[in-house]
Design a protein around this ligand. Structure first.
Ligand SMILES: [Zn+2]
Ligand SMILES: [Zn+2]
Length: 257
Protein backbone atom coordinates (compact mmCIF):
# COMPACT_ATOMS: atom_id res chain seq x y z
CA UNK A 1 0.00 0.00 0.00
CA UNK A 2 1.09 3.55 -0.67
CA UNK A 3 -0.32 6.35 1.46
CA UNK A 4 -0.15 10.07 0.78
CA UNK A 5 -1.08 12.87 3.17
CA UNK A 6 -0.64 16.53 2.30
CA UNK A 7 0.38 17.76 5.75
CA UNK A 8 -0.11 21.40 4.77
CA UNK A 9 -0.17 23.38 1.54
CA UNK A 10 -0.23 27.05 0.60
CA UNK A 11 1.97 30.12 0.62
CA UNK A 12 2.60 29.72 4.39
CA UNK A 13 4.19 26.29 4.01
CA UNK A 14 4.11 23.01 2.13
CA UNK A 15 4.88 19.42 3.09
CA UNK A 16 3.55 16.08 1.86
CA UNK A 17 4.10 12.69 3.49
CA UNK A 18 4.28 9.68 1.16
CA UNK A 19 4.86 6.27 2.73
CA UNK A 20 4.54 2.56 2.23
CA UNK A 21 4.92 -0.25 4.78
CA UNK A 22 8.65 -0.08 4.05
CA UNK A 23 9.43 3.56 4.72
CA UNK A 24 8.45 7.18 4.30
CA UNK A 25 9.55 10.33 2.52
CA UNK A 26 8.58 13.97 2.73
CA UNK A 27 8.15 16.15 -0.32
CA UNK A 28 9.19 19.64 0.90
CA UNK A 29 9.47 20.84 4.48
CA UNK A 30 8.04 24.34 4.38
CA UNK A 31 5.95 24.11 7.56
CA UNK A 32 7.61 25.12 10.82
CA UNK A 33 9.38 22.22 12.51
CA UNK A 34 6.85 22.32 15.33
CA UNK A 35 3.91 22.05 12.92
CA UNK A 36 5.66 19.47 10.80
CA UNK A 37 6.36 17.22 13.78
CA UNK A 38 2.84 17.67 15.19
CA UNK A 39 1.23 16.78 11.88
CA UNK A 40 3.53 13.80 11.28
CA UNK A 41 2.74 12.47 14.74
CA UNK A 42 -0.99 13.01 14.16
CA UNK A 43 -0.58 10.85 11.05
CA UNK A 44 1.12 8.15 13.15
CA UNK A 45 4.50 8.84 11.55
CA UNK A 46 7.62 8.97 13.70
CA UNK A 47 9.59 12.00 12.38
CA UNK A 48 12.84 10.16 13.17
CA UNK A 49 11.85 7.50 10.64
CA UNK A 50 11.60 9.70 7.56
CA UNK A 51 14.03 8.18 5.02
CA UNK A 52 14.41 11.23 2.78
CA UNK A 53 13.21 14.77 2.20
CA UNK A 54 12.67 15.64 -1.47
CA UNK A 55 12.86 19.39 -2.07
CA UNK A 56 11.11 20.91 -5.09
CA UNK A 57 12.72 24.38 -4.97
CA UNK A 58 14.27 26.92 -2.61
CA UNK A 59 11.26 29.14 -1.87
CA UNK A 60 10.74 29.52 1.87
CA UNK A 61 7.28 27.96 1.83
CA UNK A 62 9.03 24.73 0.74
CA UNK A 63 12.26 24.75 2.80
CA UNK A 64 11.50 27.02 5.78
CA UNK A 65 11.20 24.20 8.32
CA UNK A 66 14.36 22.37 7.23
CA UNK A 67 17.03 23.91 9.53
CA UNK A 68 15.27 23.09 12.80
CA UNK A 69 13.88 19.76 11.58
CA UNK A 70 17.34 18.62 10.42
CA UNK A 71 18.87 19.63 13.73
CA UNK A 72 16.41 17.40 15.59
CA UNK A 73 16.04 14.66 13.00
CA UNK A 74 19.10 14.22 10.77
CA UNK A 75 17.57 13.18 7.44
CA UNK A 76 19.10 12.98 3.94
CA UNK A 77 17.85 15.79 1.68
CA UNK A 78 17.45 15.34 -2.07
CA UNK A 79 17.46 18.34 -4.38
CA UNK A 80 19.02 19.53 -7.63
CA UNK A 81 22.53 20.96 -7.35
CA UNK A 82 21.42 24.49 -8.17
CA UNK A 83 18.62 24.31 -5.62
CA UNK A 84 21.14 23.03 -3.06
CA UNK A 85 23.32 26.07 -3.74
CA UNK A 86 20.35 28.40 -3.37
CA UNK A 87 19.22 26.69 -0.15
CA UNK A 88 22.73 26.03 1.23
CA UNK A 89 22.11 27.73 4.58
CA UNK A 90 18.91 25.75 5.12
CA UNK A 91 20.54 22.35 4.57
CA UNK A 92 23.82 23.02 6.36
CA UNK A 93 22.86 20.49 9.05
CA UNK A 94 21.72 17.76 6.68
CA UNK A 95 23.74 14.56 7.15
CA UNK A 96 23.71 14.19 3.39
CA UNK A 97 22.56 16.38 0.49
CA UNK A 98 21.98 14.08 -2.44
CA UNK A 99 22.06 15.78 -5.84
CA UNK A 100 19.09 15.07 -8.06
CA UNK A 101 19.25 15.27 -11.85
CA UNK A 102 15.95 15.91 -13.58
CA UNK A 103 14.88 12.96 -15.66
CA UNK A 104 17.21 10.44 -13.94
CA UNK A 105 15.34 8.07 -11.64
CA UNK A 106 16.76 7.40 -8.16
CA UNK A 107 15.75 5.53 -5.00
CA UNK A 108 14.64 7.45 -1.91
CA UNK A 109 13.28 5.40 0.97
CA UNK A 110 10.94 2.80 -0.51
CA UNK A 111 10.26 4.77 -3.69
CA UNK A 112 11.66 5.04 -7.18
CA UNK A 113 11.63 8.80 -7.76
CA UNK A 114 11.93 10.99 -10.83
CA UNK A 115 12.31 14.77 -10.77
CA UNK A 116 10.61 16.66 -13.60
CA UNK A 117 11.48 20.32 -14.35
CA UNK A 118 8.65 22.82 -14.00
CA UNK A 119 8.38 26.46 -15.11
CA UNK A 120 8.47 28.59 -11.93
CA UNK A 121 10.46 31.62 -10.78
CA UNK A 122 13.03 29.68 -8.73
CA UNK A 123 16.58 28.62 -9.74
CA UNK A 124 15.82 25.01 -10.75
CA UNK A 125 12.32 23.95 -9.69
CA UNK A 126 11.07 20.39 -10.12
CA UNK A 127 8.00 18.27 -9.50
CA UNK A 128 8.33 14.68 -8.25
CA UNK A 129 6.97 11.35 -9.44
CA UNK A 130 7.14 8.53 -6.86
CA UNK A 131 6.62 4.88 -7.77
CA UNK A 132 6.32 1.69 -5.73
CA UNK A 133 4.80 -1.69 -6.58
CA UNK A 134 3.24 -0.31 -9.75
CA UNK A 135 1.60 2.60 -7.91
CA UNK A 136 2.44 6.06 -9.31
CA UNK A 137 2.03 9.21 -7.26
CA UNK A 138 2.75 12.73 -8.56
CA UNK A 139 3.31 15.96 -6.69
CA UNK A 140 3.12 18.95 -9.05
CA UNK A 141 3.00 22.37 -7.44
CA UNK A 142 4.57 25.77 -8.10
CA UNK A 143 4.42 26.04 -11.87
CA UNK A 144 3.19 28.83 -14.10
CA UNK A 145 1.94 26.58 -16.86
CA UNK A 146 1.69 22.88 -17.60
CA UNK A 147 4.37 21.86 -20.10
CA UNK A 148 4.11 18.91 -22.48
CA UNK A 149 6.86 17.25 -20.42
CA UNK A 150 4.78 17.54 -17.23
CA UNK A 151 1.78 16.14 -19.09
CA UNK A 152 3.79 13.23 -20.44
CA UNK A 153 5.40 12.31 -17.10
CA UNK A 154 2.37 12.65 -14.84
CA UNK A 155 -0.41 11.39 -17.10
CA UNK A 156 -2.24 8.48 -15.54
CA UNK A 157 -0.84 8.72 -12.01
CA UNK A 158 -2.90 6.76 -9.48
CA UNK A 159 -2.87 9.84 -7.22
CA UNK A 160 -1.97 13.34 -8.30
CA UNK A 161 -1.34 16.38 -6.12
CA UNK A 162 -1.77 19.35 -8.47
CA UNK A 163 -1.57 23.04 -7.76
CA UNK A 164 -4.77 25.10 -8.12
CA UNK A 165 -3.42 28.35 -6.73
CA UNK A 166 -5.89 31.06 -7.58
CA UNK A 167 -9.16 32.03 -9.14
CA UNK A 168 -8.16 34.42 -11.90
CA UNK A 169 -10.88 36.99 -11.14
CA UNK A 170 -10.20 36.90 -7.40
CA UNK A 171 -6.50 37.44 -8.08
CA UNK A 172 -7.07 40.35 -10.47
CA UNK A 173 -9.70 42.01 -8.24
CA UNK A 174 -7.87 41.16 -5.00
CA UNK A 175 -5.58 43.13 -2.70
CA UNK A 176 -2.17 42.11 -4.07
CA UNK A 177 -0.05 44.88 -5.62
CA UNK A 178 -0.07 44.82 -9.41
CA UNK A 179 3.50 43.47 -9.83
CA UNK A 180 2.65 40.55 -7.52
CA UNK A 181 -0.54 39.82 -9.48
CA UNK A 182 1.50 39.79 -12.68
CA UNK A 183 4.10 37.48 -11.13
CA UNK A 184 1.54 35.00 -9.82
CA UNK A 185 -0.39 34.91 -13.11
CA UNK A 186 2.74 34.69 -15.30
CA UNK A 187 4.02 31.60 -17.08
CA UNK A 188 6.58 31.13 -14.28
CA UNK A 189 4.13 31.84 -11.45
CA UNK A 190 1.29 29.61 -10.29
CA UNK A 191 -1.58 27.70 -11.91
CA UNK A 192 -5.08 29.15 -11.76
CA UNK A 193 -8.11 26.94 -11.11
CA UNK A 194 -8.88 27.02 -14.84
CA UNK A 195 -5.31 26.05 -15.77
CA UNK A 196 -5.39 23.20 -13.27
CA UNK A 197 -8.78 22.00 -14.50
CA UNK A 198 -7.67 22.02 -18.14
CA UNK A 199 -4.52 20.11 -17.19
CA UNK A 200 -6.50 17.55 -15.18
CA UNK A 201 -8.65 16.77 -18.20
CA UNK A 202 -5.44 15.60 -19.91
CA UNK A 203 -3.57 14.14 -16.91
CA UNK A 204 -6.29 12.05 -15.33
CA UNK A 205 -6.57 8.55 -16.76
CA UNK A 206 -8.75 5.55 -16.00
CA UNK A 207 -6.31 4.43 -13.31
CA UNK A 208 -6.37 7.80 -11.52
CA UNK A 209 -8.45 7.47 -8.38
CA UNK A 210 -7.42 10.49 -6.31
CA UNK A 211 -6.70 14.13 -7.09
CA UNK A 212 -5.61 16.57 -4.40
CA UNK A 213 -5.78 20.25 -5.36
CA UNK A 214 -2.95 22.03 -3.58
CA UNK A 215 -1.21 25.34 -2.88
CA UNK A 216 -4.56 27.18 -2.81
CA UNK A 217 -4.20 30.86 -2.02
CA UNK A 218 -6.07 31.84 1.13
CA UNK A 219 -6.54 35.34 -0.36
CA UNK A 220 -7.22 34.64 -4.01
CA UNK A 221 -9.05 31.34 -4.03
CA UNK A 222 -11.86 29.36 -2.51
CA UNK A 223 -11.85 25.55 -2.26
CA UNK A 224 -15.39 25.40 -3.68
CA UNK A 225 -14.30 27.24 -6.83
CA UNK A 226 -11.23 25.05 -7.30
CA UNK A 227 -13.21 21.84 -6.87
CA UNK A 228 -16.01 23.04 -9.15
CA UNK A 229 -13.59 23.89 -11.96
CA UNK A 230 -11.81 20.54 -11.63
CA UNK A 231 -15.08 18.62 -11.35
CA UNK A 232 -16.53 20.21 -14.50
CA UNK A 233 -13.39 19.49 -16.55
CA UNK A 234 -13.25 15.88 -15.37
CA UNK A 235 -16.97 15.28 -15.96
CA UNK A 236 -16.51 16.50 -19.56
CA UNK A 237 -13.93 13.74 -19.99
CA UNK A 238 -16.07 11.12 -18.25
CA UNK A 239 -13.54 10.72 -15.42
CA UNK A 240 -14.58 10.38 -11.79
CA UNK A 241 -11.55 10.39 -9.47
CA UNK A 242 -12.11 11.60 -5.94
CA UNK A 243 -11.11 15.26 -5.69
CA UNK A 244 -10.37 17.26 -2.58
CA UNK A 245 -8.45 20.36 -1.62
CA UNK A 246 -5.36 20.35 0.58
CA UNK A 247 -5.42 22.82 3.46
CA UNK A 248 -2.92 25.26 4.89
CA UNK A 249 -3.60 24.85 8.58
CA UNK A 250 -4.39 21.14 8.88
CA UNK A 251 -3.47 17.90 7.12
CA UNK A 252 -5.74 16.78 4.31
CA UNK A 253 -7.49 13.42 4.13
CA UNK A 254 -5.16 10.44 3.77
CA UNK A 255 -5.07 8.99 0.26
CA UNK A 256 -4.53 5.21 0.26
CA UNK A 257 -3.64 3.27 -2.86
ZN1 LIG B 1 5.14 27.50 -3.03
ZN1 LIG C 1 7.53 28.64 -5.26
Amino acid sequence: MVELIVLGSGSKGNATLVRSGRGAVLVDAGLSCRQLVARLEAAGQDPARIDAILVTHEHVDHVGGLPVFLKRYPTPVYMTERTAEAAAARVARAPQVVPVVAGEAFDAGPFRVTAVPVPHDAVDPVAYLLERDGVRVGQVTDLGHVTTLVEARFAGCHALVLEANHDRDMLLDGPYPWPTKQRVASRVGHLSNDHAAAALARLVGEETCEVVLAHLSEVNNDPGLAEAAAGAALADRGRRPRVHCARQHAPSRAVRL
